[in-house]
Design a protein around this ligand. Sequence first.
Ligand SMILES: [Zn+2]
Ligand SMILES: [Zn+2]
Length: 284
Amino acid sequence: MVLIDTGMHEAGSLQQLDRALDQVNLRLEQVRLVACTHAHSDHWGQAAPICDRAGCELWMHPNHRHAISDPEKALERRLEVARQSGVPEEALRSYAERARGLPSGIAGVMEPDRDLVPGVEIETDLGTWTVHETPGHAPSHVCLFQPERRLLISGDHLLGRVSLYYDYGWTPDPVGEFLRSLDAVERLDARLCLAGHGRPFTDVGGHIVANRKLVGERLAGVMAALDGGPRTAVELVPDVYGEPLTQTNAGWLLSQTLCYLRHLELGGGVARAPDGEVERWARA
Ligand SMILES: [Zn+2]
Ligand SMILES: [Zn+2]
């Protein structure tokens, strides 16, 4: 048995996996390979104990530095970006406090035994799966494709419900990478998509179009929000997303807005306008 993605690590999570496998008459010890679509904790977090118990290898894309960086350093980096984006000190302090108390979802850091890159094939009872790099959501993201059955294992690259997320700060242009990854997956012409969250779906092409459309809307939203002159990323968020910035959505919406700004900057549409410690953005 090949296990694609592991779920997040938390108290009792491995027992949950045992129970789920038991329902289909399988056991964790029968896993002969763990392959992860990307190194987010909900897809990779239990790799270490599973590979340990099953005595098997882990295969994952080599660009997984975003997952194994020192959590304290990563937090400091996020706080610096947030400060530069216009988040007030008070909010930064309470964010840092909460973030330090949150569990990582990772049972233990495990380096892959083999790089999951194009050219590598995964043999299964359903046939051979090919590997397709799909960075954007995460630098380490890959999709797996079974050509005879036209099955796509999409991880978080394509979900049943259009939901955009990019890792900020690890690659030059996560939004551009995501758009190119949509093109790459479109060329596969999959008939059924098995996503990392939610139910499988058949209209893969329709989902790709819907993702592209929403990216276009967000980019247009950022441009429109800059109509009145230079603004910080924090000031842009409510206009782009139609909701106020809160403690719970700030980390997510701010990093996404920065990814759009970066993409527009590379395209020449916007430029940074440094203003002391804080960075403002303006139409170029
Ligand atoms: Zn993810
Ligand atoms: Zn996920």
